[in-house]
Design a protein around this ligand. Structure first.
Ligand code: SF4
Ligand code: SF4
Length: 178
């Protein structure tokens, strides 16, 4: 089944409405991420993230149907692109740049930030950061200097469940097969 056919069946939502709702969500995520990044810089913890640095663009990433709707809307001809060879995200180009940057999924918008989350089984706080940014001592950071991943992810799940009835994830590499 084409993803777009499933959109049409999703509780009366059109692909355009789903994508617009997601773009609002992304705008809020981008604004919040920018705020954390500026605060990190102000505290002497500037990130090394820059265009062309792409070790975070790994193969095997997946997206929800609502995130896929944004890619379909902003890059309707993306299937004509040759997917990057296995070993990196299929949307990465040969210069280390994202070919769907404006429609990149939620997880890609948070790349590079120190992450914090509560482990469900131990109920303890966990933290992590990209190895390129490991000059930052993440354990010493105030929580406000980290991205608390679960808050936005819950919102993303709710948005998908409300629209599609699930928050199933689709491997990005499989987009060329459906
Ligand atoms: S969608 Fe773009 S930013 Fe996200 S992993 Fe793929 S190439 Fe990188
Ligand atoms: S998250 Fe890591 S690999 Fe990705 S742009 Fe930032 S420093 Fe580079």
């Amino acid at each position: 089944m084409q993803i777009s056919e499933e959109y049409k069946q999703a509780h009366g939502m059109t692909p355009e409405k789903i994508a617009d709702t997601m773009l609002d969500f992304y705008a809020r995520v981008d604004s919040a991420c920018e705020g954390v990044e500026k605060s990190l810089t102000a505290h002497g913890h500037a990130l090394k993230c820059k265009a062309g640095c792409c070790q975070c663009c790994i193969d095997g990433l997946s997206v929800t149907k609502a995130e896929a709707a944004v890619i379909e809307k902003l890059f309707p001809a993306f299937r004509s692109l040759e997917p990057h060879a296995p070993g990196a995200c299929p949307f990465l180009d040969d210069h280390g740049l994202c070919r769907i940057y404006a429609a990149r999924p939620y997880i890609c918008r948070t790349h590079g930030l120190p992450m914090r989350w509560i482990d469900e089984s131990s109920q303890t706080e966990e933290r992590d950061i990209c190895f390129v940014n490991d000059h930052i001592d993440i354990l010493s950071l105030e929580p406000s200097l980290c991205w608390t991943s679960q808050t936005a992810e819950i919102q993303l799940s709710i948005l998908n469940i409300a629209t599609f009835g699930d928050s199933e994830r689709i491997p990005m590499r499989s987009f060329w097969e459906i």
